[in-house]
Design a protein around this ligand. Structure first.
Ligand code: ARG
Length: 457
């Protein structure tokens, strides 16, 4: 243990399994760049307050430039005692510039503030990428909605045929949910992007380090203001995964709709070969595996979120090693969400729509509300109109005649207030166009929605 960074007070080495159990380098090496940027900012601030000379700073910087090259070219040599990315980088710095100067870098600094800094920097950049990817998914939905605005389909409640709607309206229903997630994501980014640097192990920094200066150099939007909270706080990871879970829930419902719509029974859409797979046994099968995985991976995302919350619950104040367990789920969570957005975007942009199948799935009973509305316009109270319309549906059902082909005489047999103009309301296009108030499925209202969504991007 004497060789370890913290080995001074130790007389015995670690159990070999403990070495593995303890180390985080296999996964936190992904943050090498952030770790180096944080160290340079820290050294610069420690130069400003006189802890390091200008020469020492430039040596440290030179060392890190070389270490960066090593990581970039995959030539960084990991040594057995490299516990995590922080110790690995600092060990290598000492080898390059000598322990005399290298040993001064960590003055007043703790890995507790370092790991929180690295994670926030890494996460901020990843979340910004997700922001752009998610905006793309919404854009693809909007442009498809615009191109395919004329297609009508059955709208469902309880998965039962309810009222005719525009296919574009369905598409925007999901795009609207995605856009809400985009807005939430932007709020999360603001809270992630705060600087822990200068908080020390828990109590703060004794060398009057300029925290504002370091935060600015690293592109943080501001500081975190309580050092004890800062080193023990993983809200940024938790909130990210809460957001990610919420997003995956939305994408899972979207996928579920498309799984149903792509079944032979519905046949509204066909997935491109690029996002489907076949069966090893049944030659005719084309399965929507991409969509099923979108639905399935949401379970993994929720689990990561719940897992971290359970890890943190009950920890004493400030840093505990349990917090190291926040890194792996976070890395996988980000990859899962990012891949899911890209797959969903791919599926949506290559999907083939079958508008004839959608029209064929419309049923005259879906116009029953139009009949009730017709009676309302004749002065009949809606409740009574609803009842009369229900009897029309029943007559169609019991005589086995499509509702829109009942004769006027048959209708008037139910209620004398039916006139020849009732025929007009037995039209899907008209039913859709009647829903013209804001947010509805008329062409005008749907186009308005595309404009509202575009503004959010
Ligand atoms: N690898 C550690 C982590 O991810 C860094 C912090 C270690 N600090 C400590 N006091 N053991 O949490």
């Amino acid at each position: 243990a004497e060789n370890m960074l913290w080995g001074g007070r130790f007389t015995q080495g670690l159990d070999p399994l403990m070495v593995q159990y303890n180390e985080s380098l296999p996964y936190d090496r992904i943050m090498w760049k952030q770790d180096i940027a944080g160290s340079i900012a820290f050294a610069r601030a420690n130069t400003k307050n006189g802890i390091l000379t200008a020469h020492e700073f430039s040596e440290i910087e030179r060392g890190f430039v070389q270490i960066s090259k090593e990581w970039e070219t995959n030539t960084f040599e990991v040594k057995p005692n490299d516990e995590d990315i922080h110790t690995a980088n600092e060990r290598r710095l000492g080898e390059i510039i000598g322990k005399e100067i290298g040993g001064k870098l960590h003055t007043g600094r703790s890995r507790n503030e370092q790991v929180a800094t690295d994670m926030r920097l890494w996460l901020r950049d990843e979340l910004r990428k997700l922001d752009a990817q998610l905006a793309d998914l919404v854009k693809v939905s909007i442009s498809r909605a615009e191109q395919e605005i004329d297609y009508l389909m059955p709208g469902y409640t309880h998965l039962q045929k309810a009222q005719p709607v525009r296919w574009a309206h369905w598409m925007l229903s999901h795009a609207t949910a995605f856009a809400s997630e985009l807005q939430r994501l932007r709020e999360v980014i603001r809270r992630v992007n705060r600087s822990p640097l200068g908080c020390g192990a828990l109590a703060g920094n004794s060398f009057r380090i300029d925290r504002e200066m370091m935060a600015k150099e690293l592109g943080f939007d501001g500081l975190l203001y309580n050092s004890m909270n800062t080193v023990g706080d993983r809200d940024f990871a938790m909130e990210t995964m809460q957001w990610g879970s919420s997003f995956m829930l939305k994408i899972s419902r979207w996928a579920e709709d498309l799984i149903i719509y792509s079944s032979l029974e519905f046949g509204f859409v066909r997935l491109s070969d690029a996002y489907s797979t076949g069966s090893s046994l049944m030659p005719q099968k084309k399965n929507a595996d991409s969509l099923e995985l979108l639905r399935g991976k949401s379970g993994r995302a929720f689990g990561q979120m719940a897992g971290l919350m359970m890890t943190i619950k009950g920890l004493p104040t400030t840093y505990n090693k349990d917090l190291q367990e926040s890194i792996e789920p976070l890395l996988d969570h980000i990859k899962t969400v990012s891949d899911s957005i890209l797959i969903a975007t791919g599926v949506l942009s290559t999907l083939t729509v079958n508008p004839e199948k959608m029209i064929a799935a419309l049923a005259p009973e879906m116009l029953a509300t139009e009949i009730a509305d017709y009676l309302v316009r004749k002065g009949v109270p809606f409740r009574e109109g609803h009842h009369i319309s229900g009897r029309v549906v029943q007559l169609a059902e019991s005589t086995n005649v499509p509702m829109d082909t009942l004769s006027l005489a048959q209708l008037q047999g139910i209620d004398a207030r039916f006139g020849p103009d009732v025929q007009e309301c037995l039209d899907y296009e008209r039913a859709v166009e009647m829903k013209d108030a804001i947010g509805g499925t008329s062409k005008r209202a749907v186009i308005e929605q595309t404009a509202v969504l575009r503004k959010l991007l």
